[in-house]
Design a protein around this ligand. Structure first.
Ligand code: TXA
Ligand code: MG
Length: 310
């Protein structure tokens, strides 16, 4: 557990300054945060998560001016930042010469992932700290991202000197990641949908097979312990059924959104995977979920949970 009961933004900023780690709430998922300029602190983040050091971290900053100090902005980057920051969008850009995000946080790449989160407590911590903060999702590598304070403490709370309680995460899925290096590319779908991005910068290319450019796509992700079965219209014996839309309630069923709302389903997804897993079922069966809009991100995470990607 964390050393300090004072989970204030000021306590968090002071812990970051002294090279210690912080559980940080964001609007997407909880992060395990470190001073992005301090390679010892960043090394402790990789160690606490059991994360391979070839998979770089996102640098979180308070505003677009701070982002321009660490990354080189193209016209498309300016357009997307103006439209969606603060918010659940991460931009992968060329690293700014003289920028303070350390090599280890970037996994040695000449690019950096940047994001300005919208959560008021994340913003308060970033403003109080004043520099870029490296923060991967606060789960153990390969596990579902934590979307509640309790889940974050359970996953990586031991490693954190300060834990900031921001309540349940509103979005519930990790940020959309767009690379703007050659042609705009979708590295990870999220709450900001493909259509929203394409309306501003044109068609998005897919992530490259090149591991140096899309390192996150190689690793196993978002997996609960129980086997996950997709497109499951019926529950088999011993399974927990995750359903979507109108359904009669049953003790073995968790409904991601009774009204069929994708925003609600996204916010519930990881918490329900955790809840289902905690009951130690024979499996987790997930009903079909539409692929349109935010459904792309939900289905991406479900495929990873089922081991069908990466
Ligand atoms: O919503 C979020 O993005 C959360 C909260 C805490 O901000 N953070 C998060 O971080 O999901 P993480 O480390 O779990 O996922 C970051 C993703 C990984 O897939 C990583 O490979 C990718 O971003 N990434 C980071 N830097 C990159 C870079 N320079 N080039 C390509 N991909 C990069
Ligand atoms: Mg993660």
């Amino acid at each position: 557990m964390s050393e300090s009961r004072d989970g204030s933004p000021a306590a968090a900023a002071s812990a970051l300054r002294s090279g210690r780690l912080v559980i940080l709430p964001t609007e997407t998922v909880y992060g395990l945060a470190a001073d992005a300029g301090n390679s010892r602190a960043v090394a402790a983040v990789y160690a606490a998560k059991g994360r391979p050091t070839f998979n770089p971290l996102i640098a979180h900053v308070a505003d677009v001016e701070a982002a321009r100090r660490i990354a080189v902005f193209s016209p498309d980057a300016e357009i997307l930042a103006a439209a969606f920051w603060p918010g659940p969008l991460t931009l992968v850009l060329p690293v700014q010469p003289g920028g303070t995000v350390c090599d280890l946080a970037r996994a040695g790449l000449d690019t950096v992932a940047v994001r300005v989160p919208a959560h008021p407590l994340a913003r308060a911590v970033l403003e109080a700290f004043g520099g870029p903060v490296a923060a991967p999702s606060a789960n153990q590598s390969g596990r579902p991202s934590p979307t509640t304070f309790a889940a974050a403490l359970e996953e990586t709370g031991e490693a954190a000197a300060v834990a900031v309680d921001g309540g349940p995460c509103e979005v519930g899925l990790e940020s959309t990641v767009i690379a703007l290096l050659d042609t705009p590319r979708l590295l990870r779908p999220g709450r900001i949908t493909r259509d929203q991005i394409e309306a501003l910068v044109g068609p998005l290319a897919e992530a490259q097979a090149d591991a140096r450019r899309s390192p996150g796509r190689l690793t196993r992700h978002y997996a609960p312990e129980a086997p996950v079965r997709l497109e499951a219209r019926e529950r088999r014996a011993g399974e927990i059924h995750l359903v979507f839309g109108p359904a009669s309630p049953s003790p073995d069923t968790l409904n991601l959104s009774p009204s069929g709302d994708l925003v609600e389903a996204a916010a519930n997804l990881f918490a329900f995977l955790r809840e289902a897993d905690a009951r130690r079922p024979a499996g987790i069966a997930v009903a079909p979920i539409p692929h349109e809009g935010l459904g792309e991100a939900i289905n991406d995470r479900l495929c990873r949970a089922a081991g069908a990607v990466g």
